[in-house]
Design a protein around this ligand. Sequence first.
Ligand SMILES: [Zn+2]
Ligand SMILES: [Zn+2]
Length: 102
Amino acid sequence: MLELRPTCENCGKPLPPDSLEARICTYECTFCATCVDTVLENVCPNCAGGFAPRPVRPSQNWKGDNFLGKDPASTNVKHRPVDPASHARFAAAIKSIPPHRR
Ligand SMILES: [Zn+2]
Ligand SMILES: [Zn+2]
């Protein structure tokens, strides 16, 4: 189950469970869409993988107790800002490798 981390790791923007701006990598490193697009260039600074929109967990118990009331979002903030210049070099190196070989 996703943790649904509460903020962007880079800029600290709040990303509540219903945010449409939250982006996650395969390890659930969590950033806002603006940072993914303008700073990270869709390369995760922690694992080098790409990002996808984080699904919204329902706030209502529509079916089978599968909702935020039973499985609440994480409150554990991870703040690991990237250095833009060094990340740009890292992202360029990763993007020079074809996606299926990364
Ligand atoms: Zn951000
Ligand atoms: Zn990652």
